[in-house]
Design a protein around this ligand. Structure first.
Ligand code: FAD
Length: 439
């Protein structure tokens, strides 16, 4: 079949590899330039945390051996609290429970190389998909440089064009579609912790660094050149919000004093880099009549606080490939099966990503949260493979998201029951003592 993919992000490029592996013809249209031809400055790239689900999906096309060298392992979180000790929290109980930081550009460039090397695959950069004809199916593409427009037909159009998907908008036109889109009242800005003058890392490299700050948060992922890409999350409005910051260095000195020394280029970067939005999207349907299907952020964008947006998008490609394999020659059934298999889980991911926002922002500073997490890790060590903290299940296993949440809720109920029973037993012993003393 002839597939046309709109968007060469992580999802579109990995799907191109899977489809080519099944012998389909694939044409990918991407509005941006080819990331392989850009120099460092033009191709500024965010880095993303790759975890078990992404690793499994990328492993499905046999590419992990080439991806590992592009990554920096993150063995846990380093939490920086102003005036307090800097603490390291391992991600899991086992040595292999780690995340990997990878530049989006590096990952996507490798996937493009891999897909483009296969017969029947073509990439068209600098081409924006602007219209979808659901029935044909066909799309209208505009070449960004010249403004020239062309109609391209295919057997299947895939919308892998991200959270603000043009394919999704037109797929849903005139249809009883559900669409929940929510912008967080926080935005984010990218900053850098460059390597020190001698080329070494300014902070422990193999970790994710977090500066929780009540109404504000910095998260930093490591890069292979010993720098870290830091993301500053803040409310748009109100005291300490982006709208009120006139002197970023003074703001950092007050709110993130222990991050400030690591950011010598703060003032310039703060002025140069835009504030970007955070959006969450739950939507349905994801497909139409075996002719159009959505994957990745186009059908389930989440807030980035669980580090699972890309991982779940890569996982989509694996599941869609399995559905196509289970229903050869019947894309309509394959796409219906794909949505049925994925949507309950990506809805749960949306919920978890919201919860983790609160956790990163507030609970990381709380001793109670720390104690709860220690209890979870202790139980995981006492009952290996049977007691799994929720974070472990989401980030270090490929257990479907909804199953992981259900198991975590059962574990929580057990822990509460044990706490109540222990408290009850203690009270009983105390009462017996009082009764014996003749009270
Ligand atoms: P996108 O990455 O959005 O790619 C869509 C592509 O389509 C783009 O290349 C775009 O240029 C192109 N496009 C858009 N419209 C058109 C059009 N009309 N025509 C042609 N092309 C078009 N996820 C993680 O797993 N781990 C993390 O650590 C992590 N950190 C994050 C941090 C931040 C601050 C943010 C905002 C997100 C983070 N994510 C993370 C989420 C992750 O970036 C996304 O979930 C992931 O990129 C989705 O991949 P995608 O291919 O579906 O969409």
């Amino acid at each position: 079949m002839r597939f046309l993919i709109a968007g060469a992000g992580p999802a579109g490029t990995l799907l191109a590899c899977y489809l080519a592996g099944r012998g389909h013809q694939v044409a990918v249209y991407e509005r941006r330039q080819d990331p392989r031809g850009l120099n460092e400055a033009e191709g500024r790239s965010i880095n993303l945390g790759l975890s078990a689900r992404g690793v499994r999906a990328l492993g499905g096309i046999g590419l992990m051996d080439r991806i590992w060298p592009l990554t920096v392992p993150m063995r846990g979180r380093v939490v920086h609290v102003p005036g307090g000790p800097t603490t390291f929290h391992p991600y899991g109980t086992r040595d292999d429970e780690i995340l990997y930081s990878v530049l989006r550009r590096d990952l996507v460039a490798l996937l493009i190389d891999h897909a483009a090397a296969q017969p029947g695959v073509s990439f068209h950069f600098g081409h924006r998909v602007v219209e979808l004809d659901r029935e044909a199916p066909a799309v209208q593409v505009v070449e960004e440089a010249t403004g020239e427009s062309a109609r391209v037909t295919a057997d299947v159009v895939v919308g892998a064009d991200g959270a603000f998907s043009a394919v999704r908008t037109q797929l849903h036109r005139g249809v009883r579609a559900d669409h929940h889109q929510e912008f967080l009242d926080w935005g984010y800005k990218e900053l850098t912790i460059p390597a020190a003058d001698d080329g070494s890392a300014r902070v422990r490299l193999e970790a994710l660094h977090v500066w929780p700050g009540g109404d504000g948060l910095i998260v930093a992922h490591p890069n292979r050149d010993n720098s870290l890409t830091a993301t500053l999350f803040l409310p748009y409005e109100g005291p300490g919000g982006f709208a009120e910051i006139t002197d970023p260095e003074a703001f950092f000195a007050e709110r993130f004093p222990d991050a400030l020394p690591f950011m010598p280029d703060l003032a310039k970067e703060y002025a140069d880099n835009p504030v970007a939005h955070l959006v969450s999207i739950r939507t349905s349907p994801w497909h139409d009549a075996g002719r159009v299907v959505l994957i990745g952020d186009a059908c389930h964008a989440v807030y980035p606080f669980y580090g699972q947006g890309m991982n779940s998008s890569l996982e989509d490609c694996l599941v869609l490939d399995q559905c196509l394999g289970a229903h050869p020659g019947d894309p309509e059934r394959a796409f219906a099966e794909f949505q049925r298999a994925r949507r309950p889980h990506t809805d749960v991911l949306d919920e978890l990503s919201r919860q983790n926002f609160v956790e990163l922002r507030e609970r990381l500073r709380s001793p109670l949260h720390h104690a709860r997490r220690q209890a979870d890790l202790l139980l995981a060590r006492m009952f290996p493979g049977r007691w799994l903290p929720l974070y472990t299940m989401i980030s270090h296993t490929t257990m479907p998201y909804a199953d992981a949440l259900a198991k975590a809720r059962r574990q929580d109920a057990l822990l509460r029951w044990a706490a109540v029973t222990a408290a009850g037993a203690t009270a009983l012993v105390a009462m017996r003592k009082l009764v014996r003393k003749g009270h």
